[in-house]
Design a protein around this ligand. Structure first.
Ligand code: 8NA
Ligand code: MG
Ligand code: MG
Ligand code: MG
Length: 312
């Protein structure tokens, strides 16, 4: 029988993939109605994941390969991410990421490639946040998770928002993973903890907006207050809200995220990772797991990383 830490690790990594794969059909839709959702949920077609999961698996393998030393090697990670894009470029990458990966593979140092992007602004997309969840499995505490997240983000996301989205998502994943599913989640304390660790005032304001939307806000209202595009500043708080609305029901977290529309694969992926890191894999509908491509391999990678988790 599977231990709690194994169930949680599998939950986190397979949550990323299932949320991503279910959301991929709706990416860019303004909103998603109940009928569309039911059709997608009940289909029997294979669930294909996108760039979100592909790059999450790269980071997971990167962490798993460094057996005694928990760390991020920025130079190696940059190349590993770029090679994954080059291997399967059809997974649905953002324009900024494609340009950065192309330049890295042709010899430009990652720092220059990421800083030059978007006219020298750097990317504020959610690409660093969408791949960051596995860091929660190896971090020794919230501040360690944030530091590893920062280092994993800078190789592609030079803009402070791209970086801070990854840091917030990593901290939230760490707290969700280490929360006790037998006790109701204290959502105010969860948000307080995030607010204490976030350095920037504008991100703390986002957390306060999430607080005001708890319970009452429909997905459409949440999307109108937070935004739902591929920017880290909009999508990371929206994913956090979807988790906090249903912290013990992954299917409901995913439905909420999908109904909010916009960058659905990425928002559902980030949200589901938080919920299933808390509940464990057994709370995710098995019909979805059975449809997911490479579910066995993803589960095995989660097991490898779970062995790195600090014993409780
Ligand atoms: P990115 O760096 O291309 O950022 C994503 C998008 O954010 C860009 O395409 C721009 O529209 C916008 N953006 C980011 N930074 C700036 C800036 N400084 N100035 C103006 N616009 C900016 O790629 P990423 O890896 O961060 O993005 C992840 C997203 O790409 C996820 O949604 C993932 O599923 C994939 N994806 C995105 C879209 C989409 O943009 N709607 C479509 C398909 C796939
Ligand atoms: Mg995607
Ligand atoms: Mg990226
Ligand atoms: Mg997306």
């Amino acid at each position: 029988c599977m231990s709690d830490s194994l169930r949680k690790a599998r939950g986190l990594l397979l949550g990323v993939a299932v949320g991503d794969a279910l959301g991929a059909a709706f990416e860019g839709h303004r909103s998603v109605d109940g009928d569309d959702l039911v059709r997608q949920e009940r289909a029997t077609t294979r669930l294909r994941y996108t760039d979100d999961t592909a790059l999450t698996l790269v980071l997971a393998r990167h962490l798993a390969a460094r057996s005694n030393l928990v760390s991020v090697d920025e130079d190696a990670l940059a190349t590993e991410l770029a090679r994954e894009w080059h291997r399967e470029p059809w997974r649905g990458y953002g324009a900024g990421s494609r340009e950065i990966f192309e330049r890295i593979l042709t010899g430009t140092p990652w720092r220059q490639a990421s800083e030059d992007c978007f006219g020298g602004q750097g990317s504020y997309g959610n690409g660093a946040a969408m791949r960051v969840a596995p860091i929660a499995l190896v971090a020794t505490g919230p501040s360690h998770a944030i530091e590893l997240a920062r280092r994993s983000a800078v190789v592609t996301h030079a803009h402070h928002h791209g970086r801070h989205g990854a840091m917030l998502q990593a901290c939230a994943a760490f707290l969700a993973l280490n929360s006790d599913p037998g006790t109701p989640l204290d959502r105010q304390a969860f948000l307080d903890h995030l607010a204490r660790t976030v350095e920037r005032t504008d991100w703390r304001t986002r957390l306060n907006t999430v607080r005001t939307l708890l319970d009452s806000a429909s997905p459409a209202v949440a999307a109108s207050h937070l935004g739902n595009d591929a920017a880290a500043f909009t999508s990371v708080p929206l994913a956090l809200l979807a988790f906090l609305q249903y912290p013990d029901q992954p299917a409901e977290t995913i439905r909420y995220a999908l109904r909010a529309g916009g960058d659905t694969d990425t928002i559902a992926s980030m949200a589901a990772a938080l919920t299933t890191a808390r509940t464990g894999i057994q709370a995710l509908p098995s019909a979805w797991l059975e449809r997911l491509e490479q579910a066995t391999e993803i589960g095995e990678l989660a097991d490898t990383l779970a062995e790195r988790m600090s014993p409780s």
